[in-house]
Design a protein around this ligand. Sequence first.
Ligand SMILES: Nc1ncnc2c1ncn2[C@@H]1O[C@H](COP(=O)(O)OP(=O)(O)OP(=O)(O)O)[C@@H](O)[C@H]1O
Length: 243
Amino acid sequence: MTEALLQVEGLTRRFGGLVAVNGLSMTVGPSEIVGLIGPNGSGKTTALNLLSGALKPDSGAIRLAGKAIDGLPAHKIARLGLARTFQLVRVLPSLDCVENVKAGLAFRERPLWGEAATEEAIRLLRRVGLGGKVDHAASQLTYIDQKRLELARALALAPKLLLLDEWLAGLNPSELQDGIALIHSLRDEGLAIILVEHVMDAIRSLCDRCVVMSAGTVIAAGPPASVLADVEVIRAYLGDPDA
Ligand SMILES: Nc1ncnc2c1ncn2[C@@H]1O[C@H](COP(=O)(O)OP(=O)(O)OP(=O)(O)O)[C@@H](O)[C@H]1O
């Protein structure tokens, strides 16, 4: 059997007395989209922070393409092929779109500079639907375009695995359809994706599998149709369905 791209075993992180992530185990295969879902405060963002190196785990193991990455600093993990977007968009507001993406290209495993970086930045901006706005300042972009820009910056790292933290949140219905199509197309090009998301339509149409967390613990895992029908999952989201 080929090894999973990402293998997570028993990942645990405490904040004082609170166990925010409690023994999380999951895998992601190449070109697979895995939804990490659960009610507010269930530990999803903390899990992404542990995977990307923004936080260190108290215990557990993380392997990316066979290499142990738990405990490595975020920039090293990024260079090994793991990129992410943030719940609150992070772009460099005073720089234009090309410069924003070039800043990402300088940090990848094989950095690009000068003309080659400009060309690659423009290609990535076209890829995310910003081809007509390459010289716009990030601060002038609409909300969805800032999200597109942040995605282009993540893609600039040439990742194998992309973590999207509520990337589809706050989009109107037509923007949502565009966003879903864009994520689909990234997967079709070979990218594996972990999607932390509350938009159920997106989860149903994008995810091959879902891992459901509640209060730091995995309570269900499997294809979206079956986990979203699971009584324990419905109870975690809505309270007791018999109540
Ligand atoms: N830096 C921190 N210090 C203390 N507690 C924290 C910290 N970060 C997260 N927590 C707590 O850990 C728990 C999990 O939070 P987390 O943000 O991971 O949940 P989430 O599932 O991403 O929620 P949401 O869907 O609202 O973003 C929450 O109880 C939260 O208050």
